[in-house]
Design a binder for this molecule. Sequence first.
Ligand SMILES: NC(=O)c1ccc[n+]([C@@H]2O[C@H](COP(=O)([O-])OP(=O)(O)OC[C@H]3O[C@@H](n4cnc5c(N)ncnc54)[C@H](O)[C@@H]3O)[C@@H](O)[C@H]2O)c1
Length: 371
Amino acid sequence: MQELFCFRNDFQLHSARSIFMITYPDLQSRLLDKPGIWLVTGVAGFIGSHLLEALLQMDQHVIGLDNLSTGRRDNLDSVHALVTEQQWSRFQFRHGDISSLDDCRHAMMFSIDSGETLLADYVLHQAALCSVARSIEEPTLTNDYNINGFLNILVAARDAGVKRLVYASSSAVYGDTPGLPKEENGKLRPLSPYAITKYVDELYADVFAKLFHVKSVGLRYFNIFGVRQDPQGAYAAVIPKWIDSMISANPVTIFGDGETSRDFCHVSNVVQANLLAACAPDSAYEGTYNVGTGRSTTLNQLYGYIRNSIINEFPYIPAEPHYTDFRTGDIRHSLANIAKAREQLGYMPDDGLSSQLSETVHWYLSCREHL
Ligand SMILES: NC(=O)c1ccc[n+]([C@@H]2O[C@H](COP(=O)([O-])OP(=O)(O)OC[C@H]3O[C@@H](n4cnc5c(N)ncnc54)[C@H](O)[C@@H]3O)[C@@H](O)[C@H]2O)c1
């Protein structure tokens, strides 16, 4: 496929960042004009399915790799319902595992009608075992998926000559380092097997850039939420879990006094960050970026927002939350400094938490009505 963007101008390098930076709306229209081939790993998961939806809506060709361990075919069906049949025909799903180098190599290839294959231009790597708690229970499986699997993706991406690999890292790499908001060049202190895997991925990406010129960008996601996030199970994230509890008339438990705070970031911002990172000119990006909103919200505030959204939609008033002991290992405050992503990638997150939560609550309620 032909080169999508041609901004490189060697003598301007760093000072050129703002000149060459593309805004997200501009990027969306450029992608519509010139389709590329994208591999999304973890495509049937929460974030992967949103990337798929956005890319298909921009008429891109997408290969999706997933072993369906935590991802669901329902998520793919939901995306199918949101795009045209022509857009859907540009999607090729590969049921496979990133622990297999063969599966990763195969996933780099998009089949065309003539029987030939075209190699992926861009890789958006999301597949991972994603829970801190599960990584403590299953450290070796976490290591297999998140480190060995990532290494396979790096090798396959190198051999396929992809233009850019964007991969999901995590705010977990900061651990309990002092100081807020977290900056990319600050200290890292991973506190769980999960956090270690994301940290090692960043090291591998850096080494592959130096040794083999694999161009990669790591995105340290903070607390991401939105529709299609799994509310079930022991490892569910707080927002889908609380929404599910409240609409099922079950009590919500808050660990600690509720003044623990997080940077809750809507999944649309993650999509934006991935596409900007994939298409940023070579001179504009470097290493890793925080992906959050830069806005802090306590659990008590979050509870209030979700409760109000439910009261607005549903003839039911959720009970007051139940407070219990702090959980061992929970970080008290987490907040992203997003200046680097803003300045170098043109990342402009929407931080309208209350309305984004209302939209999310609305979706979970409509899913219940269809059960
Ligand atoms: N959701 C968040 O708040 C958050 C925060 C920080 C980082 N992240 C990272 O973002 C990425 C996506 O997370 P998510 O919330 O969408 O999780 P998810 O569990 O919904 O999606 C992960 C997907 O990867 C697939 N997968 C897992 N192991 C695989 C393997 N070995 N081979 C192939 N497919 C595999 C799963 O089936 C699933 O579809 C992960 O890398 C995660 O660590 C997420």
